[in-house]
Design a protein around this ligand. Structure first.
Ligand SMILES: Cc1cc2nc3c(=O)[nH]c(=O)nc-3n(C[C@H](O)[C@H](O)[C@H](O)COP(=O)(O)OP(=O)(O)OC[C@H]3O[C@@H](n4cnc5c(N)ncnc54)[C@H](O)[C@@H]3O)c2cc1C
Length: 408
């Protein structure tokens, strides 16, 4: 490995989809020299496990600005790299079986209308034609959002990285940041397993581990590591067409999309498992505490009514991973109180892939001393005041946020 440079304008800690997006946005804008340090292989942690939904429709203008930026970033990456990234513009089909869920669909339709996103109501048989694994007689109402899409998250993360290199950024796998260099309450560089590097600014994009290097300064970062899981069915059947939209069933807290002729589907847990980030291994790919299946068993009777097919085909894979959740569903973006020179980009609430373009642009702008294209006040790391992010009470508040999540 080439020695690390003695200094950089920006050091990014973490080579997931967020870190690589920050690096690309900073380098392509010509803000300065970027060094991204990843202790393992790039995009091998949360980013390679995501279910791939790029849900654009969001309940706040800021979140929607992030997801729309990701959509635009994918177009720009394809143009820069000269290759398609295979985003599937399959749409999202929201299906309600109950009156409560039908109300939720009404709210979504109004949100889509207000924000200029295309939407249309579908009859039960039209919805069932798009997703033949659903039982038509269980469909009370169906809303199609045709502009929604999904993408292989690993490919997207690596595309940000390759494009960043094209603009002169250095992305270095296999180097761990072991400490921050702090002088008079300002981060001036990092210590690594390959020596020290001075930096004008450091962005901590280390996912569930974000803030740990900041010691006491990071102790009140308002998020926790929460389990997310999905399953992939055993058989490929024509009932799971490759072209089908992403399906969301709010009655069951379930989302689904096609996966090589089978169906990938995720289920929200009524009580999410939450973890103290200080106790996690460095490799959380396939992180599984072995107790995730009850979430699926709990909805099986209701699922059997909505989709007998899904029950009949059986399950081949179970994927369990960790995301970062905050109690208010807003990300954690910006400076830590009392410590200059360090910006955090984490707390993505299970939508870091969908928001990666917007977060990357906003953090690159902030790191360069510019005004971010989205007002980041709502995402301030200090917005909950002085909390103990590792206390049982805080962990359970973050777990409850995951359990109550309604969108994709
Ligand atoms: C099962 C599951 C399904 C999901 N589905 C979706 C979805 O459909 N849509 C969506 O948008 N999001 C989804 N998510 C969430 C999404 O995966 C995350 O929000 C996103 O990947 C976060 O990216 P990241 O770069 O912050 O974290 P990561 O990808 O975890 O990257 C952080 C990196 O930092 C590195 N690192 C940590 N500490 C150091 C250090 N000291 N020095 C150097 N490197 C370090 C790690 O090795 C890691 O590679 C899902 C998550 C899970 C678990």
């Amino acid at each position: 490995m080439k020695p690390l440079p003695p200094n950089a304008d920006l050091i990014v800690i973490g080579g997931g989809v967020i870190g690589q997006s920050v690096a690309w946005h900073y380098a392509r804008a010509g803000y300065g020299r970027v060094l991204l340090l990843e202790r393992g292989m790039p995009a091998a942690q949360a980013s390679s496990q995501a279910a791939a939904l790029l849900t654009r429709l969001r309940e706040s203008a800021e979140l929607m600005a992030f997801t729309r930026r990701t959509d635009a970033a994918i177009d720009e990456l394809e143009a820069e790299l000269g290759e398609p990234l295979d985003r599937r513009r399959s749409g999202q089909l929201h299906v309600a079986a109950s009156e409560t869920a039908a109300d939720r669909l009404q709210q979504l339709a109004s949100l889509a209308a207000r924000t200029g996103e295309p939407w249309e109501w579908l009859g039960a048989s039209a919805a069932q034609r798009l997703a033949p694994w659903l039982a038509a007689d269980a469909i009370r109402q169906a809303l199609l959002l045709p502009a929604e899409s999904w993408i292989d998250p690993y490919r997207l993360a690596m595309a940000y990285g390759r494009a960043a290199r094209g603009h002169g950024a250095r992305l270095q796998p296999g180097v761990e940041v072991t400490a921050l260099q702090v002088e008079r309450e300002r981060v001036v560089g990092v210590e690594t397993t390959r020596g020290a590097v001075a930096a004008g600014c450091v962005v901590d994009a280390s996912g569930v581990w974000a803030g740990l290097l900041a010691g006491p300064y990071g102790g009140s970062l308002p998020f926790a590591a929460v389990r997310s899981q999905y399953w992939i069915t055993a058989s490929a059947t024509p009932k799971f067409p490759l072209t089908m939209p992403v399906v969301l069933l709010p009655d069951l807290g379930l989302y689904a999309r096609p996966e090589l002729g089978a169906l990938l589907f995720g289920v929200r847990e009524s009580r999410s498992a939450v973890f103290d980030a200080r106790t996690l291994p460095h490799d959380i790919e396939g992180f599984d505490t072995g107790d995730g299946w009850p979430a699926l068993a709990g909805i099986a009777p209701a699922l059997a009514r909505l989709s007998p097919t899904l029950i009949e085909v059986g399950i081949r894979h179970h994927v369990s991973g960790l995301s970062t959740y905050t109690p208010d569903g807003r990300y954690v973006l910006g400076a830590l109180p009392g410590l200059d020179g360090l910006l955090v980009a984490s707390g993505c609430c299970g939508s870091g892939v969908a928001a990666s373009g917007g977060i990357g642009q906003a953090l690159a702008e902030l790191a360069a001393g510019r005004t971010p294209f989205v007002d980041l006040a709502a995402f301030a790391p200090a917005r909950f005041g002085s909390i103990d992010r590792f206390s049982p009470d805080w962990l359970s508040r973050c777990g409850a946020a995951r359990a109550g999540k309604r969108g994709g």
